[in-house]
Design a protein around this ligand. Structure first.
Ligand code: GLC
Length: 439
C-alpha cells in the first residue's frame, strides 16, 4: 500500500488548553491559532547538526528557530525525537518519555521550547501510537509475560499446517515494509503482529492499560509545553476482532500487484480503518483537543494526473466544496515519506506551489527544504538505510526507499551545505547541492 494513502487518515491533534473553542468555531473571529497556521515539518535528523556528528539535533533546531520565524511559520512539527534504536529512524520508539541521546537531552528540549515561546512559535510533536520498538521495556516485559504487560501487544499461537505439521503465522497479513506482518518470538513461543518492520511490534489497543499508557505519553509532553501532536499511522491501530476460536481471517489477493511481498498484494480489510480507530481518536479529544485530518490530494492527484492548473483547481474544489461547515482545510505538498515536491512538480513550479498553499484558506504544512526548492538525493543501494528500501533488493529499492527525501538540509553553499561542521553526514547530500558547491 502507498504510504500516502495511509497518511491521509493521520490526524494532527492540537492541545486542548489552547483549542477548547475550536470544535464549534466557524467564523473568522473565533478561529483558534491552528486554524490558520503555517505548519513546518522538521525531520530532526536532517535539519541542523550542532555537534559535528553528521546527525541533526535539538540544539541545531533551536539555533534555527529565528529562521522559521522569518519564514512566517506558526508551528514547527518535529518528527520523533524520542529514544529509539533507529530502525525506522525514530518511528520505532523504545522510550516514549525520553529524548534520543544523539538528538540531545530533556534539558535541550526545554531550551528549545523556551526559545520557541519567546519567538511565539508553537512546537508540535509526532505521536506514534500504533507500535513501539521491540527494545521498549513494555515489549521486553510482554515477551516475558510480566504482570500487567501480558497483552500489551498482539500475540498469537499461529496455526499448525495440516500437511507439513509445522507451525505457521496466524494469517497471511503483510506489513507495510514488505513481507509477513507476523514474527515468531522464541522466548514467548508465540507470534506477534507488526504492521511495520519486525522491530516495530503493534501495541494492542483492545487493552485499556495500553490506551491509558499512551494518554500518559500525550499528557507528559503537553506538560513540557508542546502545543499539540501529529498522529502517526492511525489506519492500522486496530485489527478485526478474532472469531470465537481466537482466529483472525486471511486477507484476499487484491490484484494491485504481482509482488507477493508488497503490502498491496493483499487487501487490508481486516487490518486497517476499523470502526474502533475512529472511536479511539475521538476519545483522545478529551486529552488532546481539536483535530485536523491531513489531506494529501495535492500530492496524490498530481502524481496520477500530472501538474496542471486544472488539476490543481480540481483538488482545491474537491475539498472546499465538500468540507463540512466549520472545519479547517489543510494543504500539504510533501513530507518525509514522499519524494520531494520540487522533484515531483519540477523546481520551476515550487515558488508557485509554495505560494498557493500559503494563500488557500486554512492550514499549510511545509516539509523542511520545500521553501528553498530542495530536490531528492540520489542514494545508492549501498547507502540505503530506510527499512522499506532495505527490505527490498538492489533492483527495486528505489520504488520503496524514502531516503531521497530525507537528505540533509542545504543551509549554505559551503562545506556539507552548512548542515554540519563535521566531515560526514548520515545520508549523502543531494546532488544539486554538490553541483552548486562545485560551481
Ligand atoms: C508513518 C510515518 C512513517 C513511518 C510509519 C511507521 O507512516 O510517516 O515515516 O515509517 O508511520 O511509524
Amino acid at each position: 500500500m502507498e504510504l500516502l494513502s495511509l497518511l491521509t487518515l493521520l490526524l494532527l491533534a492540537i492541545a486542548s488548553n489552547e483549542a477548547c473553542q475550536v470544535q464549534s468555531s466557524s467564523s473568522e473571529t473565533t478561529k483558534d491559532w491552528w486554524q490558520t497556521a503555517q505548519f513546518y515539518q522538521i525531520y530532526p535528523r536532517s535539519f541542523k547538526d550542532s555537534d559535528g556528528d553528521g546527525i541533526g539535533d535539538l540544539n541545531g533546531i533551536t539555533s534555527k528557530l529565528e529562521y522559521l520565524k522569518d519564514l512566517g511559520v506558526t508551528a514547527a512539527w518535529l518528527s520523533p525525537i524520542f529514544k529509539s534504536p533507529m530502525v525506522d529512524f525514530d518511528y520505532d520508539i523504545s522510550d516514549f518519555f525520553d529524548i534520543q541521546p544523539e538528538y540531545g537531552t530533556l534539558e535541550d528540549f526545554r531550551t528549545l521550547i523556551k526559545k520557541a515561546k519567546e519567538l511565539d512559535l508553537k512546537i508540535v510533536l509526532d505521536f506514534v501510537p500504533n507500535h513501539s520498538s521491540n527494545e521498549s521495556e513494555w515489549f521486553l516485559k510482554s515477551v516475558k509475560r510480566e504482570k500487567g504487560y501480558e497483552d500489551y501487544y498482539v500475540w498469537h499461537d499461529g496455526k499448525i499446517n495440516s500437511t507439513t505439521g509445522k507451525r505457521e503465522p496466524p494469517t497471511n497479513w503483510l506489513q507495510y515494509f514488505r513481507g509477513s506482518a507476523w514474527e515468531w518470538n522464541e522466548v514467548r513461543q508465540q507470534f506477534y503482529l507488526h504492521q511495520f518492520a519486525v522491530q516495530q511490534p503493534d501495541l494492542n489497543y483492545r487493552n485499556p492499560l495500553v490506551v491509558e499508557q499512551m494518554k500518559r505519553v500525550l499528557r507528559y509532553w503537553l506538560n513540557e509545553g508542546v502545543s499539540g501532536f501529529r498522529s502517526d499511522a492511525l489506519p492500522p491501530l486496530f485489527e478485526v476482532v478474532p472469531d470465537g476460536d481466537g482466529q483472525f481471517p486471511d486477507e484476499v489477493v487484491s490484484g494491485a500487484t504481482e509482488d507477493t511481498e508488497d503490502r498491496d498484494y493483499l487487501t487490508t480489510t481486516y487490518i486497517e480503518n476499523q470502526p474502533e480507530t475512529i472511536d479511539m481518536f475521538y476519545g483522545n479529544r478529551s486529552t488532546e483537543g481539536a483535530h485536523l485530518p491531513f489531506k494529501f490530494n495535492l500530492i496524490t492527484v498530481m502524481e496520477q494526473k500530472g501538474l496542471s492548473a486544472s488539476n490543481v483547481q480540481e483538488v482545491i474544489d474537491l475539498w472546499l466544496k465538500n468540507i463540512p461547515a466549520g472545519r479547517t482545510p489543510n494543504w500539504v505538498l510533501g513530507n518525509h515519506d514522499k519524494r520531494r515536491a520540487a522533484s515531483r512538480y519540477g523546481k520551476e513550479h515550487m515558488e508557485g506551489m509554495n505560494m498557493l498553499v500559503m494563500i488557500l484558506p486554512g492550514v499549510s504544512v511545509t516539509y523542511q527544504g520545500e521553501e528553498i526548492g530542495m530536490t531528492d538525493g540520489e542514494i545508492s543501494w549501498e547507502d540505503t538505510v530506510d527499512p522499506w528500501g532495505c527490505n527490498s533488493n538492489p533492483n527495486i529499492y528505489e520504488q520503496y526507499t524514502r531516503d531521497p527525501e530525507r537528505t540533509p538540509f542545504q543551509w549554505t553553499g559551503g562545506t556539507n551545505a552548512g548542515f554540519t561542521n563535521g566531515s560526514t553526514t548520515w545520508l549523502p547530500l543531494a546532488a544539486d547541492f554538490i553541483l552548486n558547491d562545485k560551481c
